[in-house]
Write a protein that binds this ligand. Structure first.
Ligand code: PMV
Length: 324
């Protein structure tokens, strides 16, 4: 069996704004969802995550069952598969677990149906599966879940000159670029609060309907943070990158996308030496990410001491405190 796996994601900049055509910058969390086995079947598609007691097939009620039914129609052929998977990120917590699940299942199905699973095709099919979970996903999550690494995405295709000189990029797709810059490991703190991405996207849409100028100005601020953050990464200026993350958090909070638990995590992380900290993904709960190069363990311990789940993650995967 080829390695069937998918990346999680930590959005550094641009969540929500990306839905409206602004850029989003996200770091893949390597191997966040991994298939332990893929067994071909006559037609049934089933997925299980024994460690979490999760089991679903096409006939299951709920979104996972629906996603599997949609998947069956999206690839030619009629064979199915049973996938036993493991997951090293919390689910529904802003780390792109549904996109990672979609990419994993597309790769598994492509394998049993004997199709070439080039990344571009995997991403396109996973995007359709993702629609079951979030009606209008921007595409950022399935991009990162497929390609991993540091990805710069926007709905509008990139053109020459869009990315500042000095930021090394190479195209992954017309709308997706790989940024060839190292990112220090990120500390992830889980607020424990669960909310639906679709509800949070609808909440922002409601604010934009009633005050478009205010919301668009906040999106513009977030985009400015992204470019500042990328420039800082290119110069390995982590203090400036952290400042850009903090400024982005202010814009997210102004959109009511933080919550008391996330605010507490951010205060603890900054108090323990993080250079920057912000909510990541849909917000309103879920996870917070903190940049604390060289002090990751201090920050993680501060979050754990306060009763939160916390771990360190990066392109190599979930490195400490979780998984396995
Ligand atoms: O919380 P997540 O992992 O589902 O991420 C949502 C990201 C949004 O920008 C809010 C929505 C999207 O489609 O990009």
């Amino acid at each position: 069996m080829r390695r069937v796996r998918a990346h999680g994601k930590a959005t550094l900049f641009g969540e929500h704004a990306v839905v409206y055509g602004h850029p989003g910058l996200a770091l893949g969390i390597g191997g966040a969802v991994v298939a332990r086995s893929v067994v071909p079947t006559a037609g049934r598609i089933r997925v299980s995550v024994p460690r979490l007691g999760i089991e679903a097939d096409q006939d299951s009620p709920g979104l996972v069952g629906e996603a599997l039914r949609r998947l069956a129609t999206l690839l030619p052929g009629d064979r199915g598969c049973e996938v036993e998977a493991d997951v090293s990120i919390p689910l529904g917590a802003g780390l792109g677990s549904s996109a990672a699940f979609a990419v994993l299942m597309v790769r598994a199905m492509a394998e049993v149906r004997g199709m070439a699973a080039e990344d571009a095709r995997v991403r396109a099919v996973a995007h359709e599966v993702e629609k079951v979970f979030h009606s209008y996903p921007s595409g950022l999550d399935d991009t990162v879940a497929t390609f991993g690494g540091l990805c710069l995405f926007r709905k509008v295709p990139w053109a020459d000159g869009d990315v500042p000189v000095g930021v090394p990029v190479r195209p992954l797709a017309p709308d997706a670029l790989r940024v060839a810059l190292p990112v220090p490991p990120i500390v992830v703190g889980d607020s424990g609060v669960r909310r639906s991405t679709a509800d949070m996207v609808a909440k922002v849409a409601g604010q934009r309907a009633s005050d478009p100028a205010r919301v668009d100005a906040l999106f513009a601020t977030m985009t400015a943070c992204l470019w500042r953050g990328l420039d800082a990464l290119a110069r390995a200026d982590h203090a400036r990158l952290g400042e850009a993350m903090n400024a982005c958090q202010e814009a997210l909070a102004a959109l009511s996308l933080s919550c008391p638990e996330a605010d507490r995590l951010i205060a603890l992380a900054r108090g323990a030496g993080a250079l920057g900290a912000k909510v990541t993904g849909a917000g309103g709960g879920g996870c917070v990410i903190a940049l604390a190069p060289g002090r990751e363990e201090d920050v993680r311990e501060a979050l754990l001491r306060d009763g939160f789940d916390a771990f360190v993650a990066g392109t190599d995967g979930v490195m400490r405190g979780r998984g396995g």
